[in-house]
Design a protein. Structure first.
Length: 113
């Protein structure tokens, strides 16, 4: 798994800000279980794994309302809850080869309103 992390001065910041900094452009490779891409639950599991790896703990909740199609550029918006703050995340398929997908997970910089 590769990640492009932003550096920032050490400071006490809300969890949502930490989440956005810790997950700026995280990429992960995954194998779809079927030919139709990743189901909602598979997308949620991948987002959970990426965020847990970056934050050191799992988010409280993740909701991805639709599956991710196996096409380069396909994306799905998810809602992620950390420390009771909801923030959006975009999951994009950046490469597809057969059932193997390369995903990019980008978390919004601000909490969802």
């Amino acid at each position: 798994m590769t990640a492009r992390l932003l550096s920032a001065p050490v400071a006490v910041v809300p969890a949502v800000a930490c989440l956005a900094l810790a997950t700026a452009g995280c990429s992960v490779s995954v194998r779809a279980t079927g030919d139709a891409g990743l189901s909602r639950s598979e997308v949620e599991a991948r987002v959970d794994a990426v965020l847990e790896d970056r934050l050191g703990r799992a988010p409280e909740a993740i909701d991805c309302p639709e599956p991710l199609l196996p096409e380069v550029g396909a994306e799905v918006r998810c809602s992620v809850t950390v420390d009771e703050d909801a923030v959006g995340a975009t999951v994009t398929a950046t490469a597809v080869e057969g059932r193997d997908l390369e995903l990019d997970v980008v978390v919004d910089e601000r909490a969802a309103s």
